[in-house]
Design a protein around this ligand. Structure first.
Ligand code: PLP
Length: 474
């Protein structure tokens, strides 16, 4: 290695990572990964990690192989996973759901094609559109005025979206997020049936379901491609994810080609083992018992907190406990900062809510400690309920004034937000988390959009600047 000695490069990282091993240093970790800092790590993976450190860090030896090899242990594990989950094929990924969503979209859609993406898309799908030269058609979703969350599209809503998009030309694929980050589920079977029955070619429109927060049930609902993040709803390490394919609309060679374009040439054996062990664990009787226990505790916790008059968002996943901060008169980002100072680490702060991920083995003493902190939060910051969230001024299906990749690479100038009406965005506006864009490159701002963004600036303190990068006039 060439460079200066004694720089202590690892020190900042190691100091934090060592501290996280001390239980008392983090009173309440309620964030992802779902294994809760190792408490619910897949048992087989835990056993592997007890082996001599590094002994598991193998290259793609012939016996081991990799996600794109037809022979070897990884290929065999992927075949078993596909069979167990009811898919035709399965690929493990070591770059999270992000990497597999990108490969899936590139595998489905030829360059230049139009693809229907929901407004609550994860930013990785936007990046895939740039890489694959795809035209994103962003479709609107209903918005819950109390929490400010995007809701899953009801079938009749999606029907309108499909008719509007298809009336303007062919569409290569539909993407649906299910469940949402906050644990709200869609009537997925009905949505998939609508897409398959729509005029997207002889076989209907293929559907890619982003189940980063889900359990693979999208396959039974008929989805053609499904991406799971195994650290979010299962017991895997961060970055372990799987892509599942089924049915006649999917060309496996095309998928494998896009996986090859995007995947590292040295996939981590540890992360591949994490994919396989998380799936085994999720399907095992012990894993399912653990999940049921965690859900029971979560439901009891929620009842207990509701009895203290604390408001929660109704959702379909008890392990995502979503405090409705807006009815308490508190912005979720401010609630998060306040709780963080007191050692309660939530997962997802948003203007109207704060999501706690309880994990597959919720921390001991959670019931007593969280209740106490939330009551203290209300006493410290609470007030009159915040006004309802206004539906954003988006068309049902939005196309871009300038192609995404062109706008993103264009020469850009910075304008005060107030002066941006009429301009075309050159950079996305993406509060993170959740990583959902409020504005994407190529979108033209009209007056309504500018005032909505000005309002968003107040709602996302510290996340949205006073200025916007827009495409420089020629
Ligand atoms: C809906 C959704 N999809 C995909 C992702 C990306 O997952 P990963 O972080 O595993 O790449 C996220 C991350 O938060 C997400 O919320």
């Amino acid at each position: 290695m060439v460079g200066a000695r004694g720089a202590g490069i690892a020190q900042p990282l190691l100091a934090l990572l060592r501290q996280s091993a001390l239980r008392q240093s983090v009173p309440l970790p309620l964030h992802l990964p779902s294994h809760g800092r190792g408490a619910a790590l897949a048992p087989e993976l835990r056993r592997l990690l007890r082996q001599r450190p590094g002994s598991w860090d193998l290259p793609e030896l012939p016996a081991f192989g990799g996600p794109l090899e037809s022979q070897g242990a990884v290929a065999e594990a992927q075949r078993r996973a596909a069979k167990a989950l009811g898919a035709d094929a399965c690929w493990f990924g070591v770059n999270g759901a992000s990497g597999l969503l990108q490969a899936a979209l590139l595998g489905l859609c030829p360059p230049g094609s139009r693809v229907l993406l929901p407004r609550n898309l994860h930013r990785s799908l936007l990046h895939a559109c740039v890489l694959g030269d795809l035209q994103p058609l962003l479709y609107g979703l209903p918005l819950d005025p109390i929490s400010g969350h995007w809701l899953p599209p009801p079938p009749e809503h999606l029907g309108q979206v499909l008719r509007a998009a298809l009336s303007q030309g062919p569409v290569a694929a539909l993407v649906v997020v299910d469940p949402t980050y906050q644990g709200r589920g869609a009537d997925l079977a009905a949505l998939v049936a609508l897409a398959h029955g729509s005029a997207g070619g002889a076989r209907g429109l293929p559907v890619l379901v982003d189940q980063a927060h889900g359990d693979g049930s999208a396959l039974a609902a008929g989805a053609d491609l499904v991406v799971l993040s195994l650290q979010k709803a299962a017991s895997g390490l961060a970055q372990s994810a799987v892509l599942l394919a089924q049915g006649p609309r999917i060309d496996h060679q095309s998928l494998e080609r896009s996986l090859l374009w995007l995947q590292t040439s040295s996939p981590s054996a540890l992360l591949l083992a994490s994919c396989a062990t998380a799936l085994d664990d999720g399907l095992s009787a012990a894993g399912q018992r653990r999940r049921r226990r965690a859900k029971r505790r979560a439901l009891e916790l929620r009842q207990r907190l509701e009895a203290l008059d604390l408001p929660f968002v109704r959702n379909d996943d008890p392990l995502r406990l979503v405090l409705a901060t807006a009815p308490m008169g508190i912005n979720g980002l401010e609630a998060d900062a306040w709780l963080l100072e007191r050692g309660v680490i939530a997962e997802l702060p948003e203007p109207g809510s704060l999501t706690f991920c309880l994990g597959l083995r919720p921390p001991p003493g959670l019931e007593r400690r969280l209740g106490r902190q939330l009551l203290a939060l209300r006493a410290a910051l609470g007030g009159a309920p915040l006004p309802p969230f206004a539906a954003p001024p988006f068309p049902l299906v939005a196309s871009l004034a300038l192609p995404l990749g062109v706008a993103w690479r264009a020469q850009a100038v910075e304008l005060p937000l107030q002066e941006a009406t009429g301009a075309i965005a050159a950079r996305p506006l993406v509060p993170y988390p959740p990583g959902i864009p409020l504005l994407i490159p190529g979108e033209r701002l009209d007056g309504e959009r500018t005032s909505w963004l000005l309002d968003q600036r107040h709602q996302w303190p510290g996340q949205i600047a006073d200025t916007l990068w827009v495409v420089a006039p020629l």
